[in-house]
Design a protein around this ligand. Structure first.
Ligand code: FES
Ligand code: FES
Length: 184
């Protein structure tokens, strides 16, 4: 099937096998390997990307389902050489160790902050409940997202606008955030 995707601001059109997962398309065809694969069963969140502004697990979305969508991967989050506040937060608050879960965690945090400028710790933990980390114990990750929220509040005009979300319907519910089983 012919599929057109806008990924990190660039539009690509490809013939795609209907069974190909979005995560495989991003990594194997577009060479965006910052999107990691952990479980491929919608449990770990390592493959999280933003699809029309919503954090989704790209191992649970067929590439053809994303036809016409606007996708942001970790490679597209920084702008004009400047890290996104959530990326800065992870850097400053030691929100990572091995880094395997980090792209997914950062995108889940960024999606939360576009919807909720002042999340509580509990809301952050709920937002990243579908993202597993085997290293940090999560508190540093929560601190990193809180730090980003504080920065974004200070520089409100620079806060990133929410992306259009016209075509996120039709995705399996388990692709959306907060569907993981881990509780923090
Ligand atoms: Fe684990 Fe997608 S690879 S949720
Ligand atoms: Fe290692 Fe999260 S930093 S899995």
């Amino acid at each position: 099937m012919s599929v057109s995707l806008t990924v990190n601001g660039k539009t690509y059109s490809h013939e795609i096998e209907p069974r190909r997962l979005l995560v495989h398309h991003l990594r194997d065809v577009l060479a965006l390997t910052g999107t990691h694969i952990g479980c491929e069963t919608s449990l770990c969140g390592a493959c999280t990307v933003l699809l029309n502004g919503k954090a989704v697990k790209s191992c649970t979305v067929l590439a053809v389902q994303a036809d016409g969508a606007d996708i942001t991967t970790i490679e597209g989050l920084a702008r004009d050489g400047k890290l996104h506040p959530v990326q800065e937060g992870f850097w400053e608050e030691h929100g990572l160790q091995c880094g395997y879960c980090t792209p997914g965690m950062i995108l889940a945090g960024a999606a939360l902050l576009t919807e909720k400028a002042n999340p509580t710790d509990a809301e952050i933990r709920r937002a990243i409940a579908g993202n597993l980390c085997r290293c940090t114990g999560y508190q540093h990750i929560v601190n990193a997202i809180q730090s980003a929220a504080a920065k974004m509040k200070k520089s409100k005009p620079a806060a990133r606008p929410a992306r259009t979300r016209a075509r996120s319907r039709g995705l399996p519910r388990r692709a959306l955030r907060g569907s993981g089983r881990g509780r923090r």
